[in-house]
Ligand binder design. Structure first.
Ligand code: SAM
Length: 833
């Protein structure tokens, strides 16, 4: 066992894909090959309803297909060895090169056609490499044959091939049958393996197929090999290319030499350099005697031509230079020049076309280079991001597209003077009003070539865009942190001392209410999400006003970020003209609400505190069993609104104002921190009596001004909230419905049992069923009416039925709720101490 593991390890088999496959439950690591191929080539598996996997054992490709293909897809796996069955996949054992496999496949396919045929076959023989490769190529051709028979027009065929001399022939055959043929080596395929995968897309499904195309004898014997790439051999000699094809026809030597003068005279020096091992010098040759005197005929040159196979790129260049000089000396190139001169001169049109072509080619190359640079840069950024080195907002990928030099070019920054500011750490200076105004004047034409742009303007614009994006990200982050810190502060009592980030009143009562509300609604982060929504609305509003050029260039840069894409403006018209309610109105409204609670609230309070009344009978609602807390949707909505209006008060309007200012760039995180340090920040409250601190709490903080926009946003928020259905009511209704359905099912079951009873007459059966139904409907209709009696006045301490109360009743303590609240508050205070 140990030996086996060692062997596996030594071959590097237990790599990350091995462990990944184990973790994901795939039967083989090769599953990742098809996953990667599928991802690279447009997720064809997700679009395939019928997939055939040839040579499928142990079945990991089938597993992948079953995971990725649409539900109820037909997946068929076949292999020469038996395969463990798996859900949603048909598997059978057969040799794919036989007629048996063909007919079985036809049997499963019926009239269907496959969208994708996969083939990962590898011969199960351990013969010589050449033999293995040959069998593999034959297997691939067989797989192609089955694919051609079963594929739908436009279908995909993925196959494994080995890099062998048959490779080009197979590719040629694929190209005859598919629109697009591409070879790929997925990362999961080991580099040491000679396997490559060919993805053939868009099956042409020719009506008439030349049988020779799929005949191994024709394919592998008739097609000639392509010419060898000698240039690669010469210019990249370090890259050794294995000669997989072995010896060439009629040439059984590995060693070749020729005269140096032949090399000098040849028209194809590159091929010669690639083919020969040595160039011989004939000292008696007349021409050699001449070229020997060349300064290029050095000792080094002579040593190099002794063994061409060990030379490097530089050496080959030197030999080619020598050849050029030698030809010039012997006047061989003059003939070429003369022949060129004798050529008919180009017409004017041809000349223009030639020039145009040259220019176009140049442009194409430069665009390509630019694109490659950009891609490289993006790739690098993404890798850095994956390593958690940076955050996408920091990268500013979009900004990078404008030209990387301009963003991080310190020289440009130095010229513009920004570098000094940056060096001093005063990045905020970029947001100064004067500069903002300047920014507004700067116009960068995105379509103009980069060089044409004003360098200063470009640096400013990009710098500020980057900063805006960065500060946006920071502020969003600090907002979240602030929420968290404020919560912590409230809990630890810190909020009393420092209200820098405290967005909500630290009033215990209010906090209690808020908590109750959140608990009641079963919604974990109601206020947070609502705030987000409101901020989004505000942002949308600001976005919509962008055209009226009220926004600064910073704000414009901020909103042009993809982060704000899809934010819809769903707001009322302009407040200054159309809407009569101003900030003041909203302020007044909120204050009024705080001072004078809603009439219902007042009523209930006065009633509950009224000890003089004898007792009070509170009839319970019909729907009591559904949700006793909410009598009806209306009441529930009202309760929710009341609770929420307590939750969202001036502090939220302040928070909205802050958000507004942050979005417009009028304030930054630093401002917030600075504002946090005020005369109340470190107030010494230790020596003060508790009641005094309690009373002073509302006044010992800075009242931040609020804006019209923020007030309107809050108003809209309230509107949206009121329009929302109550979750609890919906849940209760669903529960009720569920119970009714369960009752009906039970009834049906019982009725069925009665009906199946052969001993009973039909009459008895129908009577029994009718009785059952009556019982059930009666049960559903008749709900015990419970009368709630408040144990106050003369009912206080009463044991037994109170006077005048009929049926079921329940004694409740009127002050119980308040007492419980007070107890909770006291417990909390003790806990803090
Ligand atoms: N794709 C499979 C997976 O991920 O589980 C792995 C395939 S494995 C590399 C190659 C398979 O080809 C072997 O299971 C072998 O039995 C099968 N094979 C080889 N020759 C075959 C033939 N003539 N007919 C059917 N299957 C064959």
């Amino acid at each position: 066992m140990g030996k086996k593991t060692q062997k596996k390890n030594s071959k590097g088999r237990l790599d990350k894909y091995y462990y990944l496959a184990k973790e994901k439950g795939y039967r083989a690591r090769s599953s990742f090959k098809i996953i990667q191929i599928n991802e690279k080539y447009g997720h064809f598996l997700e679009k395939s309803k019928v997939v055939i996997d040839l040579c499928a054992a142990p079945g990991s490709w089938c597993q992948v297909a079953s995971n990725l293909c649409p539900v109820n897809s037909l997946i068929i796996g076949v292999d020469i060895v038996p395969m463990k069955s798996m859900p949603n996949v048909i598997t059978f054992q057969s040799d794919i090169t036989t007629e048996d496999c063909r007919s079985k496949l036809r049997g499963y396919m019926k009239t269907w056609k496959a969208d994708t045929v996969l083939h990962d076959g590898a011969p199960n023989v351990g013969l010589s490499w050449a033999q293995d490769a040959f069998t593999q190529s034959h297997l691939t051709l067989q797989a192609l044959k089955l694919a051609v028979e079963n594929l739908v027009v436009g279908g995909t065929f993925v196959t494994k091939i080995f890099r062998s001399k048959d490779y080009n022939k197979l590719i040629w055959v694929f190209q005859q049958l598919f629109e697009k043929v591409e070879a790929t080596k997925p990362p999961a395929s080991r580099n040491v393996s000679a396997e490559i995968f060919v993805v053939c897309k868009t099956f042409k499904a020719p009506k008439k197929l030349d049988p020779r195309l799929l005949d191994p004898r024709e394919v592998f014997e008739e097609l000639p090999d392509g010419p060898q790439n000698m240039e690669a051999k010469v210019f990249n000699p370090e890259k050794k290319v294995r000669k997989r094809g072995g010896y060439e026809e009629g040439d059984y030597l590995l060693y070749h030499e020729t005269g140096i003068l032949d090399f000098m005279r040849t028209e194809d020096p590159i091929t010669m350099l690639g083919e020969y091992n040595k160039f011989i010098v004939d000292e008696e040759d007349h021409d050699w005697k001449i070229v020997k005197k060349l300064k290029q005929t050095t000792k080094e040159f002579l040593a190099c031509i002794e063994d061409l196979k060990v030379l490097g790129r530089k050496d080959f260049k030197m030999i080619l230079k020598w050849r050029k000089a030698a030809r010039e000396l012997l006047g061989l190139d003059e003939d070429e020049d003369k022949s060129e001169i004798n050529e008919t001169p180009l017409t004017e049109e041809e000349q223009i076309e030639k020039e145009l072509n040259g220019l176009q080619e140049k442009q194409r190359l430069s665009v390509k280079r630019e694109k490659r640079k950009k891609n490289e840069m993006k790739q690098k950024e993404i890798v850095r991001m994956q390593l958690n080195m940076i955050n996408p907002v920091d990268i500013g990928i979009e900004a990078a597209e404008l030209g990387r030099e301009s963003i991080f070019n310190l020289k440009t920054a130095e010229k513009t003077g920004i570098l000094d500011k940056l060096a001093k750490g005063k990045r905020r200076m970029i947001f100064d009003q004067s500069e903002l105004a300047m920014d507004n004047d700067i116009h960068i034409d995105e379509n103009a070539p980069l060089e044409d742009r004003d360098e200063h303007a470009e640096a400013d614009e990009l710098e500020s865009q980057l900063d805006a994006m960065y500060s946006n990200y920071k502020e969003r982050k600090s907002e979240r942190d602030a929420n968290f810190r404020a919560k912590q502060a409230r809990e630890s009592g810190e909020a009393d001392n420092w209200d820098g980030f405290n967005e909500k009143p630290s009033d215990d009562e209010n906090e209690e209410e808020t908590k109750d509300y959140v608990d009641d609604d079963d919604d974990t982060d109601v206020s947070d999400s609502d705030d987000d929504e409101a901020i989004n609305q505000l942002i949308a509003k600001l976005k919509s006003r962008e055209t009226s050029s009220k926004l600064s260039s910073k704000a414009r840069a901020l909103f042009s970020d993809s982060l704000f894409e899809g934010v819809e403006a769903d707001l009322p018209g302009k407040t200054d003209s159309g809407n009569s309610e101003s900030v003041g109105d909203v302020r007044k409204l909120v204050k009024k609400r705080r001072l004078n609670p809603a009439p219902e609230e007042q009523d209930s309070e006065s009633e509950s505190s009224d000890d003089d009344s004898d007792f009070e009978i509170v009839p319970t609602n019909e729907n009591d069993d559904v949700d006793s807390e909410y009598d009806s949707d209306e009441e529930a909505k009202r309760t929710k609104q009341e609770k929420h209006s307590k939750d969202i008060d001036i502090a939220t309007v302040e928070a909205m104002t802050l958000a507004h200012q942050l979005a417009l760039g009028h304030k930054t995180k630093h401002d917030l921190i600075e504002e946090g340090f005020n005369r109340y920040s470190f107030r010494d409250v230790e020596s003060l009596p508790e009641w005094f601190v309690e009373e002073e709490k509302h006044h010992s903080k800075i009242n931040k001004p609020i804006t019209k926009e923020a007030a309107m946003a809050i108003k809209d928020k309230l509107k949206a909230l009121n329009a929302r259905p109550i979750k609890k009511v919906a849940e209760a209704k669903a529960r009720k419905k569920h119970r009714a359905v369960a009752r009906l099912e039970k009834l049906k079951k019982k009725a069925g049992l009665i009906n199946d009873d052969g001993d009973k007459s039909e009459k008895d059966k129908s009577e029994e069923i009718a009785k059952l139904m009556r019982k059930v409907t009666k049960k559903a209709k008749q709900k015990p009416k419970v009368t709630v009696v408040v144990a106050s006045g003369k009912n206080r301490g009463l044991s037994g039925r109170p006077k005048g109360v009929k049926g079921k009743y329940k004694m409740v303590d009127g002050v119980m709720k308040n007492e419980q609240r007070a107890l909770r508050r006291i417990a909390k205070k003790h806990h803090k101490k």
